[in-house]
Design a protein around this ligand. Structure first.
Ligand SMILES: [Zn+2]
Length: 69
């Protein structure tokens, strides 16, 4: 069985988690709202879709005036 070093590594990991602010964690956990897309959204992205889908929807709406099914 292991001992000694394992406990030391665990303490370091706990400190890293503590440093992670709750607000950032919640925003970082968002994913693209487009069906079938699980792209993680940047905490700086204020939209509900990833960059690729946000741009795609904007183009469709501009050219047809209709929403995606
Ligand atoms: Zn997407």
């Amino acid at each position: 069985m292991r001992s000694g070093n394992t406990d030391g590594e665990r303490v370091v990991a706990d400190r890293l988690v503590t440093w992670h602010r709750p607000v950032d964690a919640a925003r970082a956990g968002r994913v693209c709202s487009q069906a079938g897309c699980d792209t993680r959204l940047s905490i700086y992205n204020s939209t509900e879709r990833c960059a690729a889908h946000h741009q795609f929807v904007t183009i469709i709406q501009r050219s047809t005036g209709q929403r995606l099914a």
